[in-house]
Design a protein around this ligand. Sequence first.
Ligand code: C2E
Ligand code: MG
Ligand code: MG
Length: 404
Amino acid sequence: GEDGFSGIAVARFDIDGFGAICDSIGAAAGDELLIQVAQQLRSVFSTSLRCARVGADDFAVILPATKGPQEAELRVEEILRKLGEPRDIRGQIIRLTLKAGVAVGSSSTESAEGILHRADLALTEAKRTGQRCIISLPTTIAATPSRRRFDIAQQLFGATTRGEMHLVFQPIIELATGRIAKAEALLRWDHPELGSVGPGEFIGVAEEVGAIHEIGDWVATEAAKQAVHLRAFGHPDFRMSINRSPVQFRADSDDEPACLRTFRALGLPPGSVVLEITEGVLLDGREANRERLARLRAAGISLALDDFGTGYASLAQLHAFEIDIVKIDRRFVAGLAEGNREQALCAGIISLAHSLGMKVTAEGVETAEQRDLLVGLGCDYGQGWLFGRPVDAAAFEARLNGGG
Ligand code: C2E
Ligand code: MG
Ligand code: MG
C-alpha cells in the first residue's frame, strides 16, 4: 500500500509536436505559448510546487509530499488535463497534448539527479511509445516489452567507469599498397546482467538519454591513447578513425571542441585523427555545425562521412562541408559484381568524390572479388572482414607489428 510512503515525485513534461506548432503559428506565438504553459504549471498547485523549464518545450515539476505512485499519477493527470484545455494564442485557439515522465522516489534514498534522470528516461519512453504518462518507480520497474531498452538506458550511465566498455580496432587498408593505414575504433559493451550489447543497439539509446556524452568522451580518450601508443612504438604514420555522434556535435561549445582538447592533452597530433560523422551532422541544417566542422578541420583533423549512400546526403553537400573521406556503405559493397548496378554506383561515387578532392573508403569488403573491383575503380581504402575483423588493442598491435 501507499501508507507511510513519504516521498517526492519529479514530473517531466514535453509538448507533442512543438516544432510543428511553431512552424504553424510562428516563433513569437510559440514563445507566448511556452510562457502560458509555464504560468499554468506554476499555478496548478498554489503551494509547494517547483517548476523549471529544462529544454525548449520541456518542463520539470517537483511534487513534494507525494504519497505514492498512484497519487503522483493522479496529480500529473490533472496537470495534463489542465494543460490540454483550449487556449487562446494571439486569437488562435490551440489545444495541446503533452507527454509526461514521472519518477517517484524518496530524497532520503536516492540523489536528486538520480530521480531527475529517471523522470527523463520515463519521458523518453513515453515519447517513444506514444503513452501519455509513464511512471518510474525507484526499485521495481514494471516489465514491459521495452524493458531491455529501458534497462540499457539505465545502465549506460557509468558503464565506462565501471569498466564494462572496451574498444576494438578494425584495420583500414590502403588498397594500392595493401598496408594498414588506419584503424576504426569500435565500441563494445559487456554488462554483467544484460550480457553483450552491440553498438547498433545501445548507441541510439545513449543518444536519446544523453549518456553519449560521457561515452563519446571516453571513446575519444581511449582511442587517442591507443593511437599515441602505436605511433610511438614503430608506426609513426598510423591514424585512428573515431565515430562521433551528431548529438555530441550539437553539444560542443562554440570555442574549442572537447575532443580536440583531449587529443592535444594526450599529445596526439590532430592530423592523425579521422572523425567519422553521419550525415545527420550535415543535414541538421545549422550553420553552427558547419563552423564546428570547419574548426576541427582547420586544426588538422580529417572528417569522414560514414555509411554514405544510405540517406539523403549528396556529394555536393559533402563538398560544401569540406568532408575529406567518403565511406561507401557496405550495402553497396555487398552487392558489387562486374557490370552490375552497384558497380556503376560505386564508380560514380568514387569518380565524383575524387573530382571534388575527397578520398573514398569502401566498408564491408568481404571477398577478394569485391576488393579487386574496388581497386579497379580506383577506390582509396578498404575495410571489412576480408582484411580483418575488429579485434582488441593487443591483437591489433600484434597484427600491425606482423606487417599486416
Ligand atoms: P560503422 O561506423 O559503420 O562501423 C562499421 C560496422 O561494420 C561495425 O559494426 C563493423 O564491425 C561492421 N563491419 C566491418 N566490416 C564488416 C564486414 O566485412 N561485413 C559486415 N557484415 N560488417 C562489417 P559495429 O562494430 O557493430 O558498429 C555498428 C555501428 O555502431 C557503427 O557503424 C557505428 O555507427 C556505431 N558505433 C560503433 N562504435 C561507436 C562509437 O564509439 N561511437 C559512436 N558514436 N558510434 C559507434
Ligand atoms: Mg564508422
Ligand atoms: Mg559505417
